[in-house]
Design a protein around this ligand. Structure first.
Ligand code: ADP
Length: 232
């Protein structure tokens, strides 16, 4: 689903301004909360400690929200020239970073990942968001993740990031790409911006992003990206 209409344009501008202006006061809240904890935690007890913990948890969550909003607002901006990107190496690097979350019982298979044309920083974020979601929304069973590419329509590659995780009910297949859309309770870490950022990145590359999923069986997030120009 493409973001359309004035509401989205306004929201994009709001995201850019708010994320800059909110960063400093939120940082002040988390820094002073840390100072309170370091210097005065011994003087607090019971509810005082609980309230302080709440200020810290919510402050850090707000910092992540603002960082993700900033990523979202920047994802539509052409700040770097497109260049050749080897997606096989890129996905390997992302997996190395995610190693602490991989753990036992996770198998990842890479099939036919090509070199493409794009913004390396954005594409790294795209793969990272999709792979960390596959790891986050897994079932207690062993998890299989397959990342494969095949010829897409026109001069594109279609990538599939497939997992055997919890899956998503059909009525949410569009909604999960909207800003702040979350299907899981607050206790599950996240901002609800990851897929909105992915969608913006793919759109910035002229492609589409969509999901096919069966609850209880798993999800496949698919997207198209431009091929390298002929002879490159
Ligand atoms: P976040 O992960 O921060 O909540 P996202 O925008 O990345 O935000 O995802 C939106 C929602 O879509 C998640 O809250 C989750 O409920 C659902 N979701 C995303 N990826 C998957 C997945 N691979 N399997 C199951 N559910 C998913």
């Amino acid at each position: 689903m493409k973001p359309t209409g004035i509401w989205n344009a306004d929201l994009g501008r709001f995201a850019a301004i708010a994320s800059h202006d909110l960063k400093a006061p939120i940082r002040a809240v988390t820094s002073f909360a840390e100072l309170l904890r370091t210097l005065y935690a011994l003087h607090l007890k019971g509810r005082g400690l609980t309230y302080l913990a709440q200020i810290r948890i919510n402050g850090y969550h707000m910092e992540r929200l603002v960082d993700d909003l900033l990523l979202y607002s920047r994802a539509a901006v052409a700040s770097r020239a497109f260049a050749a990107v080897d997606t096989a190496t890129m996905v390997q690097n992302v997996l190395t970073r995610l190693k602490p979350d991989l753990g036992d019982g996770v198998t990842v298979t890479l099939i036919n990942l090509p070199a493409i044309q794009g913004d390396a920083v954005q594409l790294d974020r795209l793969f990272q968001n999709l792979l960390s979601n596959a790891l986050k929304y897994r079932k207690p069973d062993p998890l299989q993740i397959v990342i494969r590419a095949q010829a897409g329509p026109g001069h594109t590659w279609q990538f599939d990031v497939q997992d055997t995780g919890q899956g998503i009910e059909p009525e949410y297949h569009q909604r999960i790409f909207q800003l702040f859309a979350r299907l899981h309770p607050r206790e599950v870490d996240g901002t609800g911006l990851g897929l909105a950022i992915c969608q913006r990145i793919v759109q910035h590359h002229g492609g589409d992003l969509w999901v096919e999923s069966t609850p209880g069986q798993g999800s496949t997030f698919s997207f198209t990206l431009p091929r390298l120009p002929q002879g490159a």
